[in-house]
Design a protein around this ligand. Structure first.
Ligand code: NAD
Length: 332
């Protein structure tokens, strides 16, 4: 039986994690969950937001399914998500945004993938106060990490049958850091003549994605632009409750929803479990359970299209549990 590390997370995390586990089981996949904790819950219990055993478990199983974690804003511990990605060198953050038929959105037939660099940029957390009234954050961009993420984007494009990769930057202003990212992207692109390559300045990219989203397929970006643009793409397909993300390294991968822990809905059976279930679908594909992954995805698409047994944000009247139960019934 395949072992997978499970982090149930904070806020709405435990509810959507339970939904995903039920659905995976209903699809006939037997997984031995190795449950560990992280985030605010782990801090309370173990005195650290990332207990050693959590990292060790992911290193050992090589695969993790994780619900969102709460990170204090402005002070307190650093983001556990960022720390986990760095600790495990999960350098590629893959965020697909694909339209579910039946979702009310002015945009139709969106099928975009953002490949976000996951280990450096302003997320390296190198910041300090300069006296009392100024603060500096240092943006770190290296050739190694930039080439590695652009290779990942092109390899993904080839595997997924995508025809174009677009690199995003602000090299007109940050000539050294973003300039290095762009130079690295151009260098790597030369090694993939079968895939079209182009680059866009990030502000223009944001506008283009709203005006002409169908012109783009795979977008590769440094950490911060990738974070922002992938939320924009999530908005194009109906919101954060729907889209999953995969954090992939050479030795391990961690799958999670893009959204956060929505503390205001915690324990209320109101959270939409779709993004968490889609993260499970990506995880199943990664471990070779493609048939089950396909069946879950199709059943979820059908349920959302019907629009009844879905959560309120999708226009339905079901709770998290009822939506998972309806999906389970369809899969059986
Ligand atoms: P959030 O994603 O938790 O919530 C933003 C809004 O999106 C919510 O108010 C809600 O209206 C909607 N939403 C998101 N997911 C939903 C779902 N499944 N069902 C229904 N509605 C949903 O973002 P936030 O409020 O900025 O952050 C809250 C906490 O989550 C913070 O502590 C933040 O650090 C953390 N966070 C964690 C992750 C992660 O673990 N990967 C990612 C983002 C934010």
């Amino acid at each position: 039986m395949r072992k997978v590390t499970l982090i149930r997370g904070d806020g709405i995390g435990p509810e959507i994690a339970a939904a995903a586990i039920t659905v995976i089981k209903a699809a006939g996949v037997n997984i031995k969950w190795e449950e560990v904790s992280a985030g605010a819950g782990a801090l309370e219990k173990f005195g650290t937001p990332i207990p050693r055993e959590t990292v060790e478990s992911i290193n050992k199983t090589g695969v993790a399914l994780k619900a969102p974690l709460t990170t204090p804003v402005g002070s307190g511990f650093r983001s556990v998500n960022v720390a986990l990605r760095m600790e495990l060198d999960l350098y590629a953050n893959l965020r697909p945004s694909k339209t579910f038929p039946g979702i009310a959105s002015p945009f139709t037939d969106i099928d975009l993938v953002v490949v976000r660099e996951n280990t450096e940029d302003l997320y390296a957390g190198v910041e300090h106060m300069v006296g009392e009234d100024a603060a500096e954050s240092i943006k770190i961009i290296t050739r190694k990490a930039s080439e590695r993420i652009v290779h990942f984007a092109f390899d993904y494009a080839l595997k997924a049958g995508r025809k174009k990769v677009t690199a995003v930057h602000k090299a007109n202003i940050m000539k050294l850091s973003d300039g290095l990212f762009l130079e690295s992207a151009r260098h790597v692109a030369e090694q993939y003549p079968q895939v079209e390559f182009e680059d866009r300045i990030v502000d223009n990219m944001a506008m283009q994605l709203v005006l002409k989203p169908h012109l783009y397929e795979v977008i590769v970006a440094p950490n911060l632009y990738g974070d922002i643009l992938s939320d924009l793409c999530a908005g194009l397909v109906g919101g954060l409750g729907l889209v999953p993300g995969a954090n992939i390294g050479d030795n391990a991968a961690l799958f999670e929803p893009v959204h956060g822990s929505v503390p205001k809905y915690a324990g209320q059976n109101r959270a939409n479990p779709t993004a968490m279930i889609m993260a499970a679908v990506m995880m199943l594909g990664y471990i070779g359970e493609n048939e089950a992954a396909g069946r879950i995805q199709n059943a979820l698409a059908e349920l959302i299209k019907e629009g009844k047994q879905v959560t309120a944000d999708l226009g339905g009247s079901a709770g998290t549990k009822e939506m998972a139960a309806a999906l389970t019934e369809m899969l059986r």
